[in-house]
Write a protein that binds this ligand. Structure first.
Ligand code: SAH
Length: 394
C-alpha cells in the first residue's frame, strides 16, 4: 500500500533502521504537498527505499511509524497488533478473575505510537495522543470488540485532553461502542470504582499495581500516610496488608471521595482509614514528627516538558525532604516520579539531596519502575517514565 510520500534527508534513516519509530521534522527533505495532519504517510530514505508507514503530525515529531515495511494500516492491522498485545498480557498472567484491569496498549511499547488503551472489566478506555490515532478510532474500537472471548464489550473514547490542542480536532469523550454497565474493576483481588467519565487519565493509575503489591507486604502494623492518593490505590493495599492506620491525602476533594468509596468497597466500616482533602506540602509541614512509619509520595508529573526540569527537581527535593524530616525512625518511604522528562539518575539525585539535608541514615531497599503491561520498546528508551525508590530511614 502506498500512502502520501515523505522523503528523508541523506543519512537520516539510521535511527529508523534500528526501529526507533519517530521521524523528527528536521530529518525530512521533502514531502507531498497534500499531506495533512493525521494522514497516513509512507516514509522513504533519500535514495528511495521505503522504510515504513505511519501517522503524520505537525510538530517536532512529524511521523510516528506504525509499521516498518509495506503494511497497510487498516482494521486488520489494528486487530493483529491488539491481539499481540493481549497475548503478551495473557502470557504474563494478568488476565484473571481477581485481576480485571490492565493496560492493553502502551503506545510505542506495543508498537502503536500515539495510542493508550486500559481495560477495566469489559470496558476499554481508549486515549489517542496523535491526530492519526484519532482518525483511526473507529477501526481501533471495532478491533477491540473483535478480540477473543468477548474480552471487550464497551469502548469509551477519552481523548479530549490528550490530543494536541493546535490540531483542533474537537474530540469528544464518548462511547464508540456499547455504553455504561459497571465501573467496578478488580486489581489483585481488590475492588475499585473507575471514573473514566470524569477521572484523570483513563480513570485509574494501573501503572502502580506491582508497587502497591510491594507496599502491602511492608504495611503490617505500620502507620501509613498515602500522599497524592487519587483513587486510594496504595491505601486499600495497605489496609489489606494489616496496617495499623492509613491516612490518605489529596488536594482534590473529588479524589478524596473516590478514595473513601474505594476503601468502603473493600473494607466497609473500617475505622483505620481517614482521608484529608489538603495540599500535600501543607499537610507534611503541619503534621507531627514520628506520626507515620510508612509514607508514600506519588505526586503528579512535576515536569511535563524538558523546560520544566529544573523546577521539577526542586519540587521532588522539597517534598522528599519534608518526608525525611518527619518519618519515624525505622520508617519506610515509597517515593515516585512519573515525569518522563526526569530520568532515573536525576530523580535519585533529587532524593539523595533531600536525604542529605535531613542528615538521617537512608538506605535503598528497592528501585521501582513501571509494570510489565507498560513495556518499553528497547529501541525507544523514551518509553520509560515511572521511577520509584523504597527507602529505609533510621
Ligand atoms: N498515587 C495515585 C496517583 C497519584 S496522581 C494512585 O496510586 O493512583 C497525582 C494526584 O496528586 C492527583 O490525584 C492530584 O489531585 C494530586 N495532587 C496534585 N497536586 C497536589 C497537591 N499540591 N497536594 C496534594 N495532592 C495533589
Amino acid at each position: 500500500m502506498e500512502y502520501k510520500k515523505i522523503i528523508l534527508k541523506r543519512g537520516k534513516e539510521d535511527s529508523l533502521k534500528r526501529f526507533h519509530p519517530w521521524v523528527f521534522s528536521g530529518a525530512i527533505d521533502r514531502g507531498d504537498d497534500t499531506i495533512e495532519e493525521g494522514d497516513l504517510v509512507s516514509v522513504y530514505s533519500h535514495d528511495g527505499k521505503l522504510i515504513g508507514n505511519g501517522h503524520f503530525q505537525v510538530g517536532s515529531i512529524s511521523v510516528r511509524i506504525l509499521a516498518f515495511g509495506n503494511n497497510e494500516i487498516n482494521e486488520s492491522f489494528f486487530s493483529e497488533r491488539l491481539q499481540a498485545a493481549l497475548e503478551l498480557r495473557q502470557s504474563i498472567g494478568l488476565l484473571r478473575n481477581d485481576n480485571t484491569s490492565f493496560r492493553l496498549v502502551h503506545g510505542e511499547g506495543d508498537f502503536l505510537p500515539g495510542l493508550v488503551i486500559d481495560i477495566y472489566g469489559n470496558t476499554a478506555v481508549v486515549q489517542a495522543h496523535s491526530p492519526g490515532m484519532h482518525f483511526a478510532r473507529k477501526s481501533i474500537a471495532q478491533a477491540l470488540v473483535n478480540l477473543p472471548s468477548k474480552l471487550v464489550e464497551n469502548v469509551y473514547y477519552k481523548s479530549e485532553t490528550t490530543l494536541p490542542y493546535k490540531a483542533q480536532l474537537d474530540a469528544q469523550n464518548d462511547y464508540i461502542i456499547g455504553g455504561y454497565n459497571t465501573n467496578i474493576a478488580i486489581e489483585n483481588g481488590l475492588k475499585f470504582h473507575v471514573d473514566w467519565l470524569k477521572g484523570q487519565k483513563t480513570g485509574f493509575f494501573v501503572d502502580q499495581r506491582e508497587n502497591r503489591s510491594l507496599l502491602e507486604k511492608y504495611s503490617c502494623g505500620r502507620n501509613v500516610l498515602n500522599m497524592f492518593c487519587y483513587t486510594g490505590g496504595f491505601s486499600f493495599y495497605a489496609m489489606r496488608g494489616r496496617a495499623n492506620l492509613v491516612h490518605s491525602v489529596d488536594s482534590s476533594s473529588k479524589a478524596i471521595q473516590l478514595t473513601n468509596d474505594n476503601v468502603e468497597l473493600n473494607f466497609p466500616g473500617d475505622s483505620r482509614h481517614k482521608a484529608f482533602a489538603e495540599d500535600a506540602f501543607k499537610f507534611l509541614t503541619d503534621m507531627k514528627k514520628d506520626e507515620y512509619d510508612l509514607i508514600i509520595l506519588d505526586p503528579p508529573a512535576f515536569a511535563k516538558h524538558k523546560s520544566a526540569l529544573k523546577n521539577a527537581l526542586i519540587g521532588y527535593r522539597k517534598i522528599n525532604a519534608k518526608a525525611f524530616e518527619k518519618i519515624k525512625s525505622g520508617g519506610i518511604l515509597f517515593t515516585f516520579s512519573c515525569s518522563q522528562a526526569v530520568n532515573k539518575e536525576q530523580f535519585r539525585l533529587a532524593v539523595f539531596s533531600a536525604a542529605a539535608q535531613s542528615g538521617r541514615k537512608v538506605r535503598i531497599l528497592h528501585q521501582l519502575t513501571q509494570p510489565a503491561d507498560h513495556p518499553i520498546n528497547i529501541y525507544h528508551p523514551e518509553g520509560e517514565y515511572l521511577k520509584g525508590l523504597v527507602l529505609y530511614v533510621e
